[in-house]
Design a protein around this ligand. Structure first.
Ligand code: HEC
Length: 208
């Protein structure tokens, strides 16, 4: 009889535990067997949780913090991601450094070298781009006699005077930021295309 009674008690206890496991809902997943099997300890870069008490009720972590606490104390600001290495600069999606010179910084711009290799194909593309973006004012031959240029007036003759010796970086800068009566073209023409135009202006218009 005693044996039967213990079985009965065991049965009730087992049913209790089973029912206890059925309380899942919201952020309570009920009773879990070996919770560390479910809750990854990986550092999640986009869901950093800095509150050490989050998930306290569930935790059996060795460091005594809440189960959901997810921050890396060895990183700056306890971030899960690392900060970029000091003095590194992210490139743009075309692989160029961001262009940070201001419109008036022409002297600095003059020091920049053309990163695009000069080839016949590049000159062809430069010509197409020049005709598309510049010839309306500067004219096909660069003499400042484009149709729109006639109306605007004061368009530089790229073949004349001091213009002939302009450094490539200077021309790139003027296309990017504009100068005086010429508007900025930085938002319309990609950096690579601007450098191709510079090659075309130097080689074919100024014959330098
Ligand atoms: C809307 C007309 C217009 C367009 C389009 C235009 N320019 Fe100009 N450009 C001017 C005018 C006007 C000036 C004279 C600016 C001034 O000094 O006031 C000028 C000046 C320049 C200069 C001389 C800069 C200096 O240091 O004095 C260069 C080089 C130049 N343009 C290149 C280009 C190139 C390359 C393009 C095509 C991407 C282009 N421009 C498109 C009107 C234009």
């Amino acid at each position: 009889m005693k044996f039967g009674k213990s079985i009965g008690i065991l049965g009730v206890a087992a049913a209790g535990i089973l029912l206890g496991a059925c309380t899942a809902g919201g952020d309570n997943q009920g009773l879990e067997y070996a919770p560390q099997m479910y809750h990854s300890v990986a550092y999640e870069p986009l869901t950093q949780i800095t509150d050490e008490t989050q998930g306290d009720w569930l935790s059996n972590r060795e460091d005594g913090k809440g189960e959901f606490y997810n921050s890396n104390i060895y990183n700056p600001h306890n971030m899960n991601m690392r900060e970029p290495v000091a003095n590194t600069v992210p490139r743009t999606k075309d692989g160029y450094l961001p262009y940070r010179l201001k419109a008036f910084e022409l002297e600095e711009a003059a020091l920049i070298e053309n990163p695009v290799e000069l080839t016949d194909a590049v000159l062809d593309e430069g010509e197409t781009l020049y005709i598309q973006y510049c010839s309306t004012c500067h004219g096909k031959g660069g003499e400042g006699d484009g149709k729109a240029g006639e109306i605007i007036g004061g368009v530089a003759n790229l073949k004349g005077g001091a213009y002939i010796n302009l450094p490539e970086g200077h021309i790139f800068h003027v296309i990017t930021k504009g100068k005086g009566r010429m508007g900025a073209h930085g938002s319309q023409i990609t950096p690579e295309s601007r450098w191709k135009i510079v090659h075309y202006v130097k080689q074919e218009i100024q014959k330098q």
